[in-house]
Ligand binder design. Sequence first.
Ligand code: GLC
Ligand code: CA
Length: 556
Amino acid sequence: MLIQDSWWKGAVIYQLIPRSFADGNGDGIGDLQGLSSRLSYLRWLGVEAIWLTPIYPSPLRDGGYDITDFKSIHSELGDLAGFHRFLLVAHEHGLKVILDLVLNHTSDLHPWFQRARWAPKGSKERDVYVWSDDPTRYSEAPVLFRKFESSNWEWDEVAQQYYLHRFLKHQPDLNYENPWVQDQMLEVVEFWLGKGVDGFRLDAVPFLFESEGTRCEGLPATHRFLKKVRKRVDQSGRDILLLAEAIQPVKEAAPYLVENELHAAFNFALTAHLFSAIASGKCTNLRLCLEETKLAVPGGNWALPLRNHDELWLGDGYLVSQEVIEAIRSGLHQGHGHWLNWGINRRLAPLLNGDPRANRLLHALLYSLPGMPCLYYGDELGMGDWPGLRDRDPNRTPMAWTAARNGGFSSAPEPLLVLPAITSPGYDYRVVNVEVQKQLPRSLLNWHRRMLTCRRLLPALRHGDCEILESNHPSILVYSRSLGSMTVLIAANVSAAGASMRLDLSRWKGSRVREAIWGCEYPPADQDWFVYLASYGFSWWLIGEVENNDLSKVDD
Ligand code: GLC
Ligand code: CA
């Protein structure tokens, strides 16, 4: 079946931090040159797009989300000519490139902010940011980075006023009521479109506008501005992805996904539910979240992350219920003592206590649920983290490529590395790295590659309808994905104990059933079909005969 669709529909996105991925010039800091040399790995793995965290000039007090120039490249990463070369290589490898677009704020060192604080009160220069004489304004807007800040306002000695910052105090919020600000940011979008990028991950989108008496999230004016961004993107005539980072419940993230607004949004509520399912061994709430997601935007394109460069955001009861947060708190013991702001500051593998079965299960769900699976660099290896580093740096350490010094990330002396390479027991880069895992047929890395190959061979997983099926076992989630004559049935056991159940497959009665990943034959579909799933086990079954699909072509 030929599917003409946007490149991003169901695309597998690989998130990486350029500074931590590969160092091309030996100064200890990852860069675009190093990244270019590693693109063949990403192609081999089978991802389709890469999302780069910010690459712009920045004092790096918030991992580059504090920008001083939106239209340039941080000198440690390269320059615009280097970006052009990198993009060409990425496209040659068939990889799409998504940039982080930070609309909400700048660094306090951005020339706009420096000009604003010195400009007279009420002047158009001052008006580029949100100022007030009264720091109790917008008091219903929660402080997001509560570990670091106690207020959303900061007094500026020069300006003799308070300025708003929804994030860190050195990240003043831009004033979107000001048309000049809107024009400037639309120009930024245009600038990078002109450079040939394939999409944007829109950072912190809910917070663009403020309104008294609200949480200042997702206000109508914010949606109106995002529609302008969409219009600008559409005018380019290119197939571009606009992906929202809105850490909001499904119902509140859904309005970004309307026809003339953004193409996709992360489903952070689903992420929390996935972890809570693993933590509690029960999938009742996960199932409800999937149903809710499906109803909220029928056919909606959600991006599905497990972990990313931030803490695993759980919130204060607004994103998911306290019950879900509590299940994670009490069930994921490796999270104890690692809470930061409103979430858990650990990478996936340590959070799962190094259990590759749970890693596989969670990714098997990501790779088979409707949406765009997002893989965070290193999670395909079960890479560890470095607790104790400042802020979210524990999750941002260098990629482990080989067993050589610095994990093959850089040839620089160790103290010069952007962050230390992981050496903790069980996660040491001499063991957990790409080169070693490539050579071990049963490694987590080869498993991910195989699963991504299968996903490509099973277009129902990418484009098919999803139906959540009845399950009478609290630990087993069952759903089907169907496209044309292809149906894939998926069952997943989120508990550490084995689980069995009877499934009613009478709608497919008599059809051939094969396990889709390894090709093993099962009894034909029946009203009383028996399933056994081992601890954290899952299965993908192909139902019926399928045209143009040769699973034997999947190699290890
Ligand atoms: C987003 C980013 C996070 C950053 C924040 C402020 O949440 O993911 O890393 O600190 O925005 O830009
Ligand atoms: Ca470098």
